[in-house]
Design a protein around this ligand. Structure first.
Ligand code: GRF
Length: 226
């Protein structure tokens, strides 16, 4: 049975799009059962519609109480029987009401190599700091922002002429590779959370590893040329 995946988004939704496309191409064993968006008019909603994925707009400005908002969110996700909740550009802090309803089932992607540069300006902060390598991180979500156990990271060099848009674009392209890989590991029931450590169990049959082409590095290695 394909893994029932729900996506939470607030903006463009390009990571959601990538999951829809790869599912359509037969490269992901998932069933995207719901996309929830908290911002009216966000492109993510249009992408879900185009991909025939059910969507729900839960406008946070109409429900300022975070716990009450999260209760509505949980109800929608339970009704959709979501097994994995994928945050993809979801610009909201979540409460224990939400996290306790889906223990070990909520993941996020962040555009920096955590634990460095958490927060909404990950790529820009890394550039301003002067790092030589930046990248992205897929991690479990816990109650602290950008803090949960790390599932996969990918690194890119920072070029001397980078501005934050250029760096962000390079990082975004890698997000579109490592997020599907992480989701596929969940679909194959190979992700084990042991304290702060995440173990990826071996594949049932041997797979080639796609680690790097010199301009990026992903670890653990990608198992498909996502
Ligand atoms: C990504 O950069 C992700 O790392 C961050 O929000 C952005 C979402 O992009 N959490 P998109 O909406 O999937 O295009």
């Amino acid at each position: 049975m394909p893994l029932r995946v729900a996506i939470l988004a607030s903006g463009s939704g390009s990571n959601a799009q990538r999951l829809f496309d790869l599912k359509h191409a037969g490269a992901l064993d998932i069933d995207p059962v719901l996309l929830v968006c908290n911002r009216p008019g966000a492109r993510a909603l249009e992408r879900a519609k185009q991909a025939n994925v059910p969507s729900l707009m839960l406008d946070h400005t109409r429900e300022p109480d975070r716990e009450r908002y999260d209760r509505s969110l949980v109800a929608a996700l339970k009704e959709a029987q979501a097994e994995l909740i994928v945050m993809a550009g979801y610009m909201r802090l979540v409460t224990p009401v939400f996290l306790n309803s889906f223990p070990g089932q909520v993941i996020n992607i962040h555009p920096a190599l955590l634990p460095a540069f958490p927060g909404v300006r990950g790529a820009a902060d890394a550039l301003e700091y002067g790092v030589r390598l930046s990248g992205c991180t897929v991690h479990f979500v816990d109650e602290i922002m950008d803090h949960g156990a790390i599932i996969i990271q990918a690194a890119v060099p920072v070029h001397p002429d980078d501005d934050s848009d250029r760096l962000q674009t390079r990082i975004h392209a890698l997000e579109h590779r490592i997020y599907p890989q992480a989701v596929q590991w969940f679909a194959e029931k190979r992700v084990r959370l042991e304290g702060r450590q995440v173990r990826i169990l071996p594949a049932a049959s041997a797979r080639g590893a796609v680690t790097s082409d010199g301009s990026w590095l992903a670890w653990p290695p990608l198992e498909q040329p996502f």
